[in-house]
Design a protein around this ligand. Sequence first.
Ligand SMILES: [Zn+2]
Length: 410
Amino acid sequence: MTDNDVDDRVARGSRNEETRQRNLALMLSSVHSRGSLSRAELTRHSGLNRSTVGFLVAELVELGLVLETEPSAERRVGRPSPVVIPSPDVVAIAINPDVTGLTAGVVGLGGDVRMRETILTPQIMTPEDAVLLTRDFVTRIAAELPDTTRVAGIGVAVPGLVDERTNSIAVAPYLGWRDEAFASMLEEELALPTWLSNDSTLGVIAETHYGAGVGCDNVMYLNGSTSGLGGGVISEGRLMRGAHGFGIELGHILLDRDGAVCPCGRTGCLETVVNVRRIWGAAGRGVIGLDELDALYSSGPGAAVEAELDIQADALAAGIASLACVFGSERVILGGHVGSLLEARGDRIRAEVERQSFGPLGRDLTIVRNGLRERMVHIGAAELAFGTLLNDPAHAPLFHVAELRVGVKR
Ligand SMILES: [Zn+2]
């Protein structure tokens, strides 16, 4: 055998290994995004032959990432094919620090939100506070989850600009955080790999995988929270990240050159008008939770709130009409307080968008409320933590929950 033969075999071996990794990733990603698929469906989706799919599924079962179950009665038509589901033992931890508190959750492979809680903070939290709150949450859930549970890592939804190249927070204006290496802080405390992304970016990812954007390649997403109006865009099936890795900030387009000063430091941004705090002011109350808004709007909230809803509906419509000219989206998904605004003023918003849009760019646009509601940010954050696993199922590290119990520094 010559040196060339050896080189050939090494090259072929690494190509085979690459193909196997890619196919395993394809199988696991399909099961993860669809929740359950029969072997026959996996064969059809992947374009691979039946025996290859059989080997790949067996390997994923061996790795503890999926389970094979008997098909349910209604799926037993013809020759039954075993159904492949994500293993309930594989989870990610999702957290979202925000102005009023830290929301933390446990999300299973397949996007199933297992636990979710909000820890309210009396003052706006510092990054150090957020790390301690996360540590307390992880300690608590590590004691509650079954011993067989394995954790992929932590995904953090950040209400601000995240530099995904350095996994750090550039600025989170409402929290007052600037240049925080927040992922490293959490990794040091919890010994779990941690990823950060902008909360609205994660929202658009979650909605296109599991919510109101499924099957849609050109989606614009706007989310109103106590930290302003964020957004994200999927264009031709790809998430727009921009040159700086910060994604895009749809709430900070100019609405009124003579408008109010925005927390971003500029003047007259869309989010200075489309803003839940103005609703709180019009209602003459302090904080009103996002999940209370629907009930407030449908209960006859009084003239001041009704007038404010009209103002915000018109401003939002102007923003959507402008953005539709830029992105040529086919669907606009509204979450958080703008989802409630759509519920209360849907006809007005749709009519204004159509009136102000440039021809068919507005006419063919469907405007819908987000499908995942309060689960959205967590499903999105968990996607970050599952990313490495979905990309390389055989090699990505998973952490036994028992190790977390001892791994958390006291
Ligand atoms: Zn702004």
